[in-house]
Design a protein around this ligand. Structure first.
Ligand code: GUN
Ligand code: ZN
Length: 440
């Protein structure tokens, strides 16, 4: 594991490059670029060349060479919604969201009042994340400042692109996990001042969901967004029927669930809403108008029985969508798993998605939804050199199956269905190799 914050050695990477420059669901296969004998050059953490190795320049003198042969090299995966403090409750059986929160999640999150636990958990979390090839993330901490603090600190140490924030909850949660509108405002502001814009870090104001914030607290969120342009808003929206019913009872003045947030200035560019499963037409229209984004979390939505997200509809409204693992409601850190579950949700809706479409969502689509497409999500000169190395021949089954593939779409399809962290040979952050494959 590298501790370096600004790699200075030039880096040359050889392999089979694959990346998107547009959405293949609208632009077709020309949105997907593949250089089977490709090269990436990276200097000071940023890409200086991407393309075929034979057509490119010689790597600068003194470059560190990573020759990955025929392995695939993709932009690092982007996870647009997850809860690092729920690492420990993944795979906890429940009938639905609210029971799952009360039974497993809130007690687990209570452990994060201890800064020492936060630090230890942050280290284990980022090890897991990088093992799966994810290099950019939008994450919810717990209500404790110490939880956000530890995530920022550890991500900064590893130079990982992280957006996170302390979660805000001032009602409908156990006493041991609640704050107040004032403490939420003060603690968020002090974290914003300390971390937002530092290296690759950004702050997200994080009311957990409308159920657990009073009007006064949502107002405090709006004030924070006004005060610090450039920060994000990150919350849950319309995930579960009981949740939606409760929101209606708590906010009878609102037109719909989204309007609860809208009334406090929380629906805007750089607002990311996780789930958004049961939206009305006016809610879709308002999301489009506001240029807010959705995080599609299929493994969580299936696991908690929340419902089927209508990706096609969101796309018709031109709403940016990224993929979220939603750990620990989600069932795996693996973007392959999340993509495969997303594919199955689309199958159930009879609105199929291509493998290219899911890989786009896990890379450039996710970056666009976070407003980070000038930094990550694809390969182009000037972008940050985050990438993941994937071995399609990891298992005898995948070797046999990928040998038969006649197209990139078919290869990506097999990887989406059969892939997991064993397929990730290495993960690089700003050019630096930060993780190599675990022995399995
Ligand atoms: N809604 C409010 N909190 C949570 C959470 O922790 N996970 C999920 N999936 N939904 C939520
Ligand atoms: Zn969530």
């Amino acid at each position: 594991m590298s501790d370096k914050n600004s790699p200075s050695n030039p880096i040359a990477v050889y392999g089979s490059l694959l990346y998107f420059t547009a959405d293949p669901m609208t632009h077709g296969e020309k949105a997907c670029h593949h250089h089977s004998k490709g090269m990436l050059l990276i200097e000071n953490g940023r890409i200086t060349y991407v393309g075929s190795r034979s057509m490119g320049p010689k790597p600068p003198l003194g470059s560190t060479i990573f020759d990955y042969g025929e392995k695939l090299i993709l932009p690092g995966f982007v996870d647009t919604h997850l809860h690092p403090p729920q690492h420990g409750v993944i795979a906890s059986n429940s009938t639905e969201l609210l029971h799952w929160l009360d039974t497993y999640t809130f007690p687990e999150e209570a452990r994060f009042s201890d800064p020492a636990h936060c630090e230890k958990a942050a280290k284990a979390f980022f090890d897991e994340l990088l093992t799966h090839g994810t290099t950019t993330l939008l994450a919810m901490a717990t209500v404790h400042s110490s939880s956000a603090e530890a995530l920022f600190k550890e991500a900064h140490r590893r130079n990982i692109r992280l957006i996170t924030g302390k979660t805000l909850m001032d009602r409908n949660a156990p006493d041991y996990l609640t704050d107040t509108p004032q403490s939420a405002y003060d603690e968020s502001l002090s974290l914003i001042r300390k971390w937002h814009g530092k290296g690759r870090l950004a702050y997200g104001v994080t009311p957990r969901f409308a159920v657990s914030s009073t009007r006064e607290q949502l107002e405090a969120c709006g004030a924070l967004l006004q005060k610090s342009p450039g920060i994000y808003l990150h919350t849950h929206l319309s995930e579960n029927h009981q949740e939606i019913k409760t929101v209606k009872e708590l906010f009878p003045e609102a037109k719909d669930y989204l309007d609860v947030y809208d009334r406090y200035g929380l629906v805007k560019e750089r607002s990311i809403f996780a789930h958004a499963i049961h939206l009305s037409e006016p809610e879709f229209a308002r999301l489009k108008e506001s240029r807010a984004a959705i995080s599609f979390c299929p493994s969580s939505n299936l696991f908690l029985g929340s419902g089927l997200f209508r990706l096609k509809k969101a796309r018709e409204y031109d709403i940016p969508v990224g993929l979220g693992s939603d750990i620990g409601g989600g069932t795996s850190f693996s973007p392959f798993h999340t993509m495969a579950e997303g594919f199955k949700v689309c199958q159930l809706l009879k609105e199929p998605i291509s493998a290219m479409g899911t890989f786009y969502l896990a890379t450039l689509g996710g970056a666009i939804s976070l407003g980070l497409e000038k930094e990550v999500g694809t390969f182009a000169p000037g972008l940050e050199g985050d990438f993941v190395v994937i071995d399609p021949k990891t298992t005898p089954l995948s070797a046999m199956r990928t040998d038969r593939c006649k197209s990139i779409e078919e290869l990506l399809f097999v990887l989406m269905i059969l892939g997991d962290e064993r397929f990730v040979s290495a993960t690089h952050v700003m050019g630096e190799q930060v993780m190599t494959k675990r022995p399995f």
